[in-house]
Design a protein around this ligand. Sequence first.
Ligand SMILES: [Zn+2]
Length: 74
Amino acid sequence: MDETMDASEVAAMPDWDLEEWEHALTIRVGTAYACRQCGNLIMVTRGGVGVLDLVCCGKPMQPVCTDSGKATST
Ligand SMILES: [Zn+2]
């Protein structure tokens, strides 16, 4: 199955409100995507709004949490 969404499919999803769409379509600098298959790593160096559809080894790449601002427990 092709998992990419075109505009007509987007319009057919009324469950999502504007805030959810903005969140989903915002590409943040520093967001990393990894391929579990080969270990390939991609990092966003320029933010924007759009759909990021990264595929490696025939599978969608997984977003990697790069949140380094987490406070370490003492
Ligand atoms: Zn790969």
